[in-house]
Design a binder for this molecule. Structure first.
Ligand SMILES: [Zn+2]
Length: 317
């Protein structure tokens, strides 16, 4: 893909999601600006993923100096995939090395929420913050920690998985194999469960109507849209979700002491309904909340491109 003698500052970022791979080309001197973009379906189970990524990178039509890839799961410092539920055929595959061999371009692979954190710190809601915590609230929960202006990777590259902090040892089973992980409670999945519990108990009539009358069919979007219409019961469910979110954030702040917390992922669309309640509950839960500087808890700014942009920036690193 690269040609000798042709200087390029472009970095390509590839964000491998559950259903699609988003590819972007970024000029790192203007990290918030995407100069080319394309998306393709994620191959089922990750079979053929290397071919898909090579073709996607090539189809952007630019000579990259580096490539970065974000995947949802555990990736070690060498860019080998260890536990990526959506890409079960790729476990123990040295993805970074294979892509570098195929493209002749230096390639890094990292966790997708780490990529989000890098992007938001370079050009988004945490711009310029040397100490920042990124938490993505989607189907599960991802995280990325910026410390001393750099992404915190840990000994193996596995740092920043707050979704699997256990908050209830007797809680519901998690896809990771454990029980009661934070992401079972404080994610979109957690909202769905809180909503169905409330619906079956007869405490969520407006959202049940939006779901066609079946309590089992209630989803997060029914709750948020009923809450926007002023439904008190739906707002109460969101307040329960806010309590779970605030609990995990308070634990993380007690350990990490970030200057800012950025919330991304699908639930960010309900940030107007959720974050005011998260902030006040967080202040009551964090150690010495009344005697420490306020930690801003803000929505992410870069939207669905954040992971791909951050991957591109990590490639430059
Ligand atoms: Zn878990």
């Amino acid at each position: 893909m690269s040609q000798p003698g042709q200087a390029s500052s472009i970095s390509i970022g590839l964000d491998v999601g559950g259903t699609k791979v988003l590819g972007v080309a970024v000029d790192p001197r203007r990290p918030g600006t995407v100069v080319a973009e394309r998306r393709v379906p994620t191959p089922d189970g990750g079979g053929g993923l290397v071919d898909t990524l090579v073709e996607l990178a090539g189809s952007l039509g630019l000579q990259p100096a580096s490539i970065g890839v974000g995947v949802p799961g555990l990736v070690d410092r060498a860019g080998t995939l260890h536990m990526v539920p959506h890409l079960r055929r790729m476990h123990d595959v040295p993805l970074a090395r294979l892509l570098a061999e195929r493209t002749a371009v230096p390639t890094v692979v990292d966790n997708d929420a780490n990529c989000h954190a890098v992007a938001e710190q370079a050009a988004g809601a945490a711009a310029g913050a040397a100490e920042a915590l990124m938490v993505t609230l989607g189907t599960g929960i991802g995280g990325g920690i910026i410390s001393g202006g750099r992404l915190l990777r840990g000994a193996n590259g596995f740092a920043g998985e707050p979704g699997h902090m256990v908050v209830d040892p007797n809680g519901p089973p998690c896809p990771c194999g454990k029980r009661g992980c934070w992401e079972r409670f404080a994610s979109g999945t957690g909202l769905g469960r809180l909503a169905r519990d409330a619906a079956h108990a007869g405490r969520l009539d407006a959202a049940v109507v939006l779901a066609g009358g079946d309590p089992e069919a209630v989803r997060g979007e029914h709750v948020t849209s009923a809450a926007r219409g002023g439904d008190v019961e739906s707002q109460a469910v969101l307040d329960s979700l806010a309590q779970w979110i605030a609990l995990g954030l308070a634990n993380l702040v007690n350990v990490l002491d970030p200057a800012i917390i950025v919330i991304g992922g699908g639930l960010v669309e309900a940030s107007d309904l959720l974050l005011p309640e998260v902030r006040s509950r967080f202040a009551a839960l964090v150690m010495a909340g009344e005697r420490r500087p306020v930690v801003p808890i803000v929505p992410a700014e870069l939207g669905e491109r954040a992971g791909a942009i951050g991957a591109a920036l990590l490639g430059v690193d």
